[in-house]
Design a protein around this ligand. Structure first.
Ligand SMILES: *Cc1c(COP(=O)(O)O)cnc(C)c1O
Length: 227
């Protein structure tokens, strides 16, 4: 039986995605160095991820703490200068583990988590850059602060908890035009003086770049469909 993904294609897939990223930047007169490609390696095993590392890629995203814990300590020990983003929900009982393993937390989505992170950062002296996840589609089943509450929450995180808030992150509703959500995220970031926008996945990262993404999270287009 054929594997659902072909690890040997990772290097060439990466090149394709990097070129698409560059073209999208050129179309909007942005520099390609302004956009970080976060390679989303969830569900793909260490051998598959290693293909991207061997190809020289350094920035990765995982959505579950436990899976990342199983996979990344060994990879990080072998390949230097890796930056690992947490892009999935974080339970407060996993904060300690997450802060030790990840380099960026993209999914700060509620006060309890923001407070737990602030506490862990000050206890360990390891203070990570964070993004605030905005639920632009106001979907009940999805994590994130609603746009109407975002300004107050950003203020709490920045001013009261002293978190290093780099920017905002969103995952648009599956069945809606993503551009509207990207534009909304950009608007909320602008009015709060935040410059970083994590938005866009395999199907829409070029649109996201055209609307100001500084970071795109691409899984399937690099690693193939998830096993
Ligand atoms: C899985 C995931 C991605 C990558 O999605 P693809 O469509 O495979 O590129 C991006 N962002 C988040 C939050 C994810 O969980």
């Amino acid at each position: 039986m054929k594997s659902p993904y072909e690890p040997s294609n990772v290097r060439s897939n990466l090149l394709v995605v990097q070129n698409q990223l560059k073209s999208a930047c050129e179309r909007t007169k942005r520099s390609a160095t302004d956009v970080t490609l976060v390679a989303v390696s969830k569900f793909h095993d260490a051998n598959c991820v290693a293909q991207a590392l061997v190809a020289g890629h350094k920035v990765f995203g995982e959505n579950r703490v436990q899976e990342a814990q199983d996979k990344w300590p060994a990879l990080k020990a072998t390949y230097s200068d890796v930056t690992l983003h947490l892009i999935g929900p974080l339970q407060t009982n996993k904060v300690k583990q997450a802060v030790a393993l990840f380099d960026v937390i993209e999914t700060v989505d509620r006060e309890k988590l923001a407070r737990a992170l602030a506490k862990e950062f000050s206890a360990t002296g390891r203070s990570l850059p964070v993004y605030i996840q905005v639920n632009t589609g106001e979907e009940a089943q999805k994590a994130g602060i609603f746009p109407g509450q975002a300004d107050a929450f950003i203020k709490l995180c920045r001013d009261e908890l002293n978190l290093n808030v780099q920017g905002l992150m969103c995952i648009p509703p599956f069945d809606e035009e993503p551009a509207l959500h990207f534009a909304l995220l950009s608007k909320v970031a602008n009015r709060n003086g935040l410059s970083a926008l994590s938005m866009g996945m395999s199907g829409d990262f070029e649109t996201a770049i055209e609307l100001g993404a500084t970071s795109v999270r691409v899984g399937t287009a690099i690693f193939g469909s998830r096993p």
